[in-house]
Design a protein around this ligand. Structure first.
Ligand code: DI6
Ligand code: FE
Length: 416
């Protein structure tokens, strides 16, 4: 008897021609390719460049009909958008709190009075896994409508082992939509009511839950909220030590409402990113630069909390700290679901350039998740890209309330 025949089927190849590509292939500049073409093989970009430079072997395969062709019709193509900081899984909403803030109450006043994150914790605990999933799916779809291809989701509204696990499972299920999902355990988001007055005991509990959540495959990274109304630097350090013992990367909600020295602490643990950063100090910037930590700016929260203190953009630029952007979608400080609006806000509020802003949702956002296989249009990366009705990429940051997306391709497949 002969051995069973091994059929190694090569991944289907596709040529995407007639695009104007924003590759971000170099450290600076858009990396524009005017009459651009991309060849994908399965989920991967096999070749990217000007159509005129397409290698002869690929041309030959094309002539022999071995490569499927797609005409992009002169549209703009960017790497797929990456939302690397969201709190997408939660129950309820907080519009009543929005009204209170409009009447003069501050975000911190409301949190201290037992509202804020705690009210969402109550609504999240009361919600079934199925209800949380359908609400989170609707939010993820809204982000996908504007070109989302990779999504980070934090827990932090369960604040008990079973409840955090429930939320992280829901987050994982969002990958059924075709996205890549990264989950972050944010047990140290707020003190749950059953631990009132016992913050250190709660931190012990969070550290103790971590190994089990990791074993269940629910944790890609660990985050904490280091703030006057949340956890101290000393408590944050204990969370980070527990994460490090498990080999989990960390990130931090740092310097959002006050300077706690959180960024320097996170940098000590080689944090992937420090997020918010309105109150970041020069020494915090230097510590982040040394550690290679990404500065994750969140213009939606800045806007919605009517923050007036700007993150130190000039200092971050001068120190060469990569800047990323994200929606920070959450029911308290950033209920928006538009990444394109984040581009516009980063430019208008933070005076970032449109190029810096789009890098912030692509190449630098990938770095903030520790993902090296996406964020640029270069050979070897994942075939995650967006096709837009725009003549120049700066238009993506210029318009707001207008969605020029034509199609999204995730892992080489068109996804709406
Ligand atoms: N900072 C924020 O802006 C969000 N979480 C955090 O640590 C707000 C979360 C909420 O208010 O529900
Ligand atoms: Fe956040």
């Amino acid at each position: 008897m002969s051995a069973p025949e091994l059929t190694v089927r090569p991944a289907a190849r596709r040529l995407w021609r007639g695009g104007r590509l924003v590759t971000f292939q170099d450290r600076e500049g858009w990396g524009l390719v005017a009459d651009g073409a991309m060849v994908t093989a399965g989920e991967t970009l096999l070749w990217v460049g000007a159509l005129a430079d397409l290698p002869e072997d690929l041309m030959a395969d094309l002539r022999h009909g071995q490569v499927e062709e797609h005409d992009l019709g002169g549209a703009l193509v960017t790497p797929g958008l990456i939302d690397a900081h969201t709190h997408l899984v939660y129950g309820g909403e907080r519009s009543a709190e929005f009204e209170l803030r409009l009447q003069g109450a501050s975000y911190e006043d409301i949190a201290r009075a037992g509202g804020g994150i705690r009210s969402t914790v109550a609504a999240t605990r009361a919600a079934s896994e199925a209800d949380l999933l359908s609400a989170a799916e609707a939010r993820a779809r809204a982000l996908m409508a504007e070109g989302l291809t990779t999504l980070e989701v934090k827990s932090g509204y369960g604040l008990a082992l079973a409840e955090e696990a429930k939320c992280l499972r829901v987050a994982r299920r969002l990958s059924d939509l075709g996205l890549t999902v990264r989950t972050t355990f944010l047990g140290a988001h707020a003190l749950p009511p059953e631990f009132d007055g016992r913050a250190d005991d709660y931190v012990d509990a969070v550290c103790a839950w971590m190994p089990q959540l990791q074993r269940e495959g629910l944790v890609d990274a660990v985050d904490a909220f280091c703030e006057r109304i949340a956890f101290s630097p000393a408590q944050t350090r204990r969370i980070f030590e527990a994460a490090r013992a498990l080999g989990l990367p960390v990130k931090l909600h740092a310097e959002q409402l006050s300077d706690q020295g959180g960024a320097a602490l996170a940098a000590e643990f080689q944090a992937l990113s420090c997020d918010h950063l309105e109150y970041l100090s020069e020494s915090g910037i230097q510590a982040m630069a040394r550690a290679g930590t990404v500065a994750m700016l969140l213009p939606g929260a800045f806007y919605f909390l009517r923050e007036t203190r700007l993150p130190p953009i000039e200092g971050l630029r001068a120190a060469g700290v990569p800047i990323a952007l994200a929606s920070d979608h959450n029911p308290g400080s950033a209920p928006g679901l538009s990444l394109l609006l984040m581009l516009n806000m980063a430019c208008t509020f933070f005076r970032m350039t449109p190029e810096e802003a789009l890098r912030g949702l692509t190449v630098n956002a990938a770095q903030a998740l520790g993902l090296r296989d996406r964020g640029q249009l270069v050979a070897g990366q994942r075939a995650d890209f967006c096709v837009w009705d725009a003549a120049h990429p700066r238009e993506l940051a210029y318009y707001f309330g207008r969605n020029p997306r034509r199609t999204t391709v995730i892992g080489g497949r068109e996804r709406g």
